[in-house]
Ligand binder design. Structure first.
Ligand SMILES: [Zn+2]
Length: 85
């Protein structure tokens, strides 16, 4: 469980924008999510460095995935990491 202070910190750090598509919270009807960059199921932690603000759509599309399949190169590639990329 992520506490309220950590949630506020993640929102402020992201300037209330989705860290993947940059959608502003004020331009979305749905509340942005605090998401784990490395999902809990892959041993991701609740540390602030592993958390990102994500809009509903980005959070649903990313899910717990760490990689995606690039049809152009037919290779498996790491997903964008807002802390590293
Ligand atoms: Zn987004």
């Amino acid at each position: 469980m992520i506490d309220g202070r950590v949630r506020d910190l993640v929102r402020r750090r992201a300037n209330d924008r989705c860290e993947y598509c940059r959608l502003r919270q004020e331009h979305s009807r749905l509340t942005h999510h605090i998401e784990h960059i490395v999902a809990k199921q892959h041993d991701g932690s609740d540390a602030v460095d592993n958390l990102a603000l994500a809009c509903h759509r980005c959070n649903l599309q990313k899910g717990p995935n760490l990689t995606g399949f690039d049809r152009g190169t037919e290779t498996i590639v790491p997903l964008f990491n807002p802390r590293r990329d």
